[in-house]
Design a protein around this ligand. Sequence first.
Ligand code: ACO
Length: 383
Amino acid sequence: MAESACEYKPGLEGIPAAQSSVSYVDGGKGVLEYRGINIEELAKNSTFLETAYLLIWGELPTTQELAKFEADIIEHRWIKYHIRDMMKCFPEGGHPMDALQASAAALGLFYSRRALDDPQYIYQAVVRILAKIPTMVAAFHQLRNGNDPVKPVGDLGYAGNFLYMLTEKKPEPLVARIFDVCLTLHAEHTINASTFAALVTASTLTDPYAVIASAVGTLAGPLHGGANEEVLAMLKEINSVENVRPFVEERIAKKEKIMGFGHRVYKVKDPRATILQSLAERLFDLIGFDNYYEIALELEKVVGEKLGHKGIYANVDFYSGLVYRRLGIPTDLFTPMFAIARVAGWLAHWKEQLSINRIYRPTQVYVGNHNIQYVAIQERNGR
Ligand code: ACO
């Protein structure tokens, strides 16, 4: 078929770009499953690391497998002093997602062996990446505030240890549990923009650190993982419940997006937003209410009234920002925390891609000219 005869779909909407058994979304019914298990069940019963194991290896681990996986991750939580010193040179005002992308790519310098057909190499890479990404996020945060990074501790779980490295305070068990559930909810979501970036990079058979760095860069954009930061900026701008309706009306009139709403796949409320909303409420019961919550509730109501007919409802980013804010986490770390979780999904897709690999090389619909003559520079100057 000639290239010009191909049907072009902007954003590849509705075009399958992979076959995958990692996760499943029914956007009409608001269903999300990881390896066939409903997200509500995992949020209730599993932990982030157990869920990561499920996503990457395809089945829930035994007690022994999970214990080994957790112990290996604890052992690899440290980062080399070269990485720490490199991070010290990053500008304090730089965005933590840029710092994370650079640090993730730098890991490839230290673990450069590319034995992609060796299961032991794959296991080690998975462990290293899952273990070191949270340490690097927390280290950049400490360094930009003029502090040395806080060393990871072995007696805290994955989520608790991250919060500890960020604040130097051991979190309440319920707070650590709530954050762990947030990680589970963000761990995977079929073939979104960052996962697609990971797949394209993986398909060249480069190292897994380049795969993760590529995905982190993609997640950083405001239409993807960056939306949770924008949600908080928007709630701040709205400032009161009374301002919600005029704000929504103005945005719609100007054809501007309301952040934290809408999804390419979900045409009902994102199931993760529902779970995050109840987690936010549990957190408020434990450590006090957040005045942005009332604004958020009113915003959800008004957007539902005005845009519900288009299938635009709250997405995962709408309530995650409120939970993180209440945990005292700086706004510009929201997307890196999304990345910490999503690493599990990216690694699952990387591993799946390796098993069926063919390099991505799509086609395009050329809309330019042909047979244009080269014009010498002196003849172009009078244009
Ligand atoms: N606010 C207002 N209108 C919206 C919104 C929104 N948040 N989202 C979609 N629409 C409208 C569009 O204006 C468009 O209307 P039209 O058909 O009258 O022109 C229609 O719905 C379709 O919108 P698209 O942008 O074409 O939908 P697409 O599937 O390409 O985009 C996206 C999905 C990027 C998530 C979009 O809904 C959006 O920009 N939302 C705000 C940003 C956001 O919250 N992103 C996080 C998504 S979740 C995640 O990535 C983890």
